[in-house]
Design a protein around this ligand. Structure first.
Ligand code: PLP
Length: 389
């Protein structure tokens, strides 16, 4: 017996090897600092946990509509109005099993066998695997540090081919934390539209921006899809809940796909999510955002002092994507070996750039500032000692 051939183009995360090693070291009593995993260290807000438990106790354990609970679609629509001053009809909002569910739905909706989407390199690795899973392709477009690793209109034009049906970008981005301005998104949208394609904007790190706001693309045009999630700003990774804002013309087919692929998103998670939009809860999330901002303000200069170079200015998410090639260290050409050695010698776990693309990945590492400042400071001291070794 064998797995389908397309599995050959679906790669595992390199960071998983690191995580396994970190866990083994932890089991042996080593003190490990986890800066490798892409999720908030904060637990889900208590109000959401209570609402989820309440839903279970009330017996809300059955399927909802495939498009999600109408109350939650309405709550998200209200959120777009209060936070962004944008009108989005609840009919165009679909609740999904995480942003991952939304990415899977969009790939299945738009991409035929052999067709492709333009993706950024570096970028979120699962995107190209969602495409491979439906026998489509992701064209990894090498982006430039000087352009904050964004997919520019020029790059989109240059890399568009006969089988390209659109572009997928994330703002704020994983792994860089860089944000596309309104003008940058509009300019990219123009190129995509000129080619009769679609633009997909992954806004999963919205809400986690520091010193600036990120513009949402929800009302840009009817060839634009926006992905979001309760995982990051709302700290609900384990509940597996996200959403998708889609043009009206796509909703019927998305509903049909969701019915078949997932039946419905998790019911208790949807009831829990309703509590997240209450003012007290938003206030708590904003306090956490301020904490992330302080951490960034601490960690970025601390790493730069050690010789890491951070070409794309991180303004959002909770990541710093740092160039190690200028460091005086024997492994500064090999991010995976660098991360493994760093973990072994110091107990600090970070992610090698090779997880995010092919271009320059050997020279980059990603730090997730998902720990308090004293822990980050401990990590910085350990890294300083490592670099002297
Ligand atoms: C850019 C990006 N998109 C999508 C996801 C998937 O998130 P989830 O399925 O938890 O909502 C992630 C997770 O790290 C991500 O970084």
């Amino acid at each position: 017996m064998k797995s389908a051939n397309r599995l050959k183009s679906i790669a595992p995360f390199h960071v998983m090897d690191l995580l396994a090693k970190a866990k083994q070291m932890q089991a042996e009593g080593r003190d490990i600092i986890h800066l490798e995993v892409g999720e908030p260290d904060f637990s889900s807000p208590k109000a959401a946990i209570d609402a989820g438990i309440g839903a279970l106790k009330r017996g809300n354990t059955h399927y909802t509509a495939a498009t999600g609970l109408p109350e939650l679609r309405q709550a998200i629509s209200d959120f777009y109005l209060s936070r962004y001053k944008k009108q989005v009809s609840p009919e165009q909002i679909m609740i999904t099993p995480g942003a991952s569910g939304a990415l899977q739905l969009i790939s299945s909706l738009l991409v035929d066998v052999g067709e492709n989407l333009l993706l950024t390199d570096p970028g979120y690795p699962c995107n190209r695997h969602f495409l491979a899973n439906i026998n489509g392709d992701g064209i990894l477009v090498p982006t430039e540090a000087e352009q904050d690793f964004h997919l520019t209109p020029t790059l989109a034009k240059e890399n568009w081919n006969d089988a390209t049906i659109g572009a997928l970008v994330a703002s704020p981005s994983n792994p860089t934390g860089a944000i596309m301005s309104k003008q940058q998104i509009q300019a990219l949208h123009k190129v995509v539209t000129d080619q009769q394609g679609c633009l997909i904007v992954d806004e999963i790190y919205h809400g986690l921006t520091y010193g600036c706001d990120a513009e949402t693309a929800v009302d840009l045009a009817d060839n634009v899809f926006v992905i979001n999630s309760f995982s990051k700003y709302f700290a609900m990774t384990g509940w597996r809940l996200g959403w998708l804002v889609a043009p009206e013309w796509a909703m019927k087919d998305l509903d049909k796909l969701a019915q078949n692929l997932f039946l419905a998103p998790s019911t208790p998670a949807q009831y829990a999510a309703l509590a997240l939009f209450e003012p007290d809860c938003i206030a708590e999330l904003e306090t956490r955002r301020a904490q992330f901002s302080l951490r960034l303000n601490y960690l970025l200069p601390a790493l730069e002092n050690l010789g890491f170079v951070v070409p794309a200015k991180p303004q959002g998410a909770f990541y710093i994507y740092a160039d190690i090639s200028g460091l005086k260290h024997a492994l500064s050409n090999d991010s995976m070996a660098f991360c493994l050695k760093l973990l072994e010698q110091t107990g600090v776990a970070i992610t090698p750039g090779i997880d995010f693309g092919h271009q320059q990945g050997h020279h980059f590492v990603r730090f997730a500032y998902t720990a308090d400042i004293p822990v980050l400071s401990d990590a910085v001291n350990r890294i300083a000692t490592f670099l002297k070794s």
